[in-house]
Design a protein around this ligand. Structure first.
Ligand code: KDG
Length: 320
């Protein structure tokens, strides 16, 4: 069957406000407005590499909703299945990078947002069936009980249509389902082909023994359903168990880190792009790591994602 998309994702497009300096938000007088949202970051990355991408979501009938839609459309991401909700608002988050720990401390304004009103009826089965892959994350699944139903429904549709499914737990605090993440997300793993998650999150999800090695962890995850398991390990790089049971590791690409937020989403986009063009798993891990490092070099969530020509050059120079 000919497909219309390489990747369709379900997720919340967010406006992100990036302060002009590190430190507590109360001392930040100026912000840059940009676009974010884990699944959108991945779609924008894939589109940058020439992939055909589409979003299923809801945004508010407000200026920020118009902004995120324009950003997606400007990057050639299809938004025909994004409902504009007349009564709810588009979600926002503020970045806060504390100089002391270099970690991101996001503040969200998304409770009751348009995307949290996503329902199973918003999921167009034909749209998913026209894609080579579906990406969902623990963020969209845990926004609300109805969004959880919509994400579950989408995974089931993809599974019965033979569409490859990708899942990133992306555990966040403060969502409707955050406190029950394990109970709610683990049952979804049976519908997942490729698990792409942070190592720390994977340990939380499995409630595993801290002494499990990375290899033991990927094997336990694979036993829960996914055919392939990729773990993103921050400064430790990435690891993967492929469908044949082979285990690979990939060191991180060193870069000057301005903000690591969005790096995991960039990794997902790069990894998928490489797999879809036929690269073997080890090369796909490298492509993912390069895309993640590129995004770390910028303050935004996706803007410094590489173009295809840049990626080819990085790949070549790192092969040597
Ligand atoms: O992965 C990056 C995301 O954390 C960011 O874009 C905001 O989607 C977001 C979230 O829910 O944290």
């Amino acid at each position: 069957m000919t497909t219309k998309f390489d990747l369709v994702a379900i997720g919340e497009p967010l406006v992100v406000m990036i302060p002009d300096r590190p430190g507590p938000l109360r001392f930040a007088p100026r912000f840059e407005r940009a676009m974010a949202g884990a699944e959108c970051n991945a779609l924008l990355g894939l589109a940058r590499l020439g992939g055909r991408a589409g979003l299923i979501s809801r945004v508010g009938h407000d200026e920020f909703g118009a902004f995120v839609l324009e950003t997606l459309r400007g990057a050639s991401v299809d938004t025909s299945r994004v409902v504009v909700d007349p009564t709810r608002r588009t979600g926002i988050y503020f970045k806060e990078e504390l100089a002391l720990d270099g970690q991101a401390h996001p503040t969200y304004y998304r409770e009751g947002s348009a995307t949290s009103a996503l329902v199973a009826d918003d999921i167009d089965a034909g749209y998913i069936a026209q894609s080579r892959a579906l990406l969902v994350t623990g963020i969209s699944a845990l926004l609300s009980d109805n969004a959880y139903g919509a994400v579950t429904h989408a995974l089931q549709i993809a599974r019965s249509a033979g569409v490859m499914t990708l899942f990133d737990p992306n555990l966040r605090s403060g969502l409707w389902g955050s406190e029950r993440a394990r109970e709610l997300l683990c049952p979804l793993l049976e519908y997942v082909d490729i698990f792409l998650g942070g190592e720390r999150e994977a340990r939380v999800l499995l409630d595993g023994d801290a002494s499990w090695s990375t290899r033991e962890l990927v094997e336990k995850l694979a036993a829960a359903g996914p055919v392939e398991v990729v773990l993103k390990r921050g400064a430790e790089g990435a690891a993967m168990l492929d469908a044949t049971g082979a285990f690979f590791e990939q060191p991180v690409f060193r870069t000057t880190v301005k903000s690591a937020v969005g790096a995991g989403d960039a990794f997902n986009a790069g990894f998928l792009h490489a797999r879809q063009r036929g690269d073997d798993p080890q090369v796909a891990l490298r492509v993912g790591a390069i895309c993640g490092a590129a995004v770390c070099a910028g303050t935004g969530d996706f803007e410094t994602f590489p173009r295809e020509s840049d990626l080819a050059a990085y790949l070549e120079s790192t092969e040597r």
